[in-house]
Write a protein that binds this ligand. Structure first.
Ligand code: GLN
Length: 289
């Protein structure tokens, strides 16, 4: 009799402790830069076909919805379409096609770029796609897929600036860019210019156009897109591509999803789907596809 009541007491205590743990871990979820924006979107990628027969095992891997962290402002890879308010872009179409091929369901969450890098490194999100350059430094905390896009950095100035003709002319100049990007590192390590980093790259461009910064260094496809489509002729690129960089899809270290997405990427490159998506966003097919 005594034993039984002790057991019940212990069980009760255990449940109280368990409940307390559950609440606190939920409440300590947020830490700044990784907060998802309003633009959440759940894609049913048709994994239902593979559902297990055993309904009691509701939380099996097959039913899991994997989180995808992406950038909330990086044309034309991922950005909010002004008319529809939806997240669109090359990366968005690509990750949906890849999730379909792998047979998993994904939930895409948009945030500042630095939050994507940090959130994959810490394992907070399952997958990251954000025009993210594969670098040795990032490889310490992140596992990358094979490359899917060839980029690189380029210098740009206001269209009426004839003084800055190359990166060698940046001494004493303010060079705008985006926080946590490969360009920020490049400006610090490879130029004499003073970096000024903004959370959003459009702020960097706007500062150059307004004359508050002398130049901007950023990824070629983004600078070109902005200069051609959004700057109203007020921004021009200077010289050639400064570095060669490649974008990869990011996973927390040791993730079993990496190989699955890598295989799916090979399949989509071979069967023309990758080329179709690429052509839709960049107006031409990638070499050899
Ligand atoms: N490719 C750059 C980097 O990885 C910028 C990416 C971005 O702004 N989304 O740092």
């Amino acid at each position: 009799m005594l034993k039984k009541s002790m057991l019940i007491l212990l069980l009760g205590l255990f449940l109280v402790v368990l409940a307390a743990c559950g609440t606190s871990s939920e409440e300590t979820g947020g830490d700044g830069g990784e907060q998802p924006a309003d633009t959440e979107e759940t894609e049913d990628t048709g994994s239902d076909a593979e559902a297990t027969e055993d309904d009691s095992a509701a939380d099996t891997e097959d039913d899991k919805v994997y989180t995808v962290a992406t950038d909330n402002g990086y044309v034309p890879f991922e950005y909010l379409d002004e008319d529809s308010g939806e997240l669109v872009g090359f990366d968005i179409d690509l990750i949906k096609a890849l999730a379909d091929e792998v047979g998993i369901e994904i939930d895409i969450q948009a945030m500042e770029f630095s939050g994507v890098v940090a959130g994959i490194g810490s394992g907070r999100f399952d997958i990251g796609i954000a025009g993210m350059t594969i670098t040795e430094e990032r490889k310490e905390n992140i596992d990358f897929s094979q490359p899917y896009y060839d980029a690189g950095l380029i210098l740009a100035v206001r269209s009426d600036n004839d003084e800055i003709k190359s990166v060698d002319d940046l001494s004493g100049k303010t060079v705008a860019t985006r926080s946590g990007s490969t360009s920020e590192t490049y400006i610090k390590e490879k130029t004499e210019g003073t970096p000024e980093a903004f959370p959003q790259i459009t702020e960097a461009y706007q500062n150059v156009i307004a004359g508050r910064a002398d130049a901007v260094i950023y990824d070629v496809p983004n600078v070109q897109y902005y200069a051609n489509k959004e700057a109203g002729g007020e921004l021009k690129t200077v010289g050639e591509r400064l570095t060669g960089e490649q974008y990869g899809i990011a996973f927390p270290k040791g993730s079993e999803l990496r190989d699955k997405f890598d295989d799916a990427l090979t399949t989509l490159k071979d069967n023309g789907t990758f080329g179709d998506i690429y052509e839709e966003w960049f107006g031409e097919r990638p070499e050899g596809m």
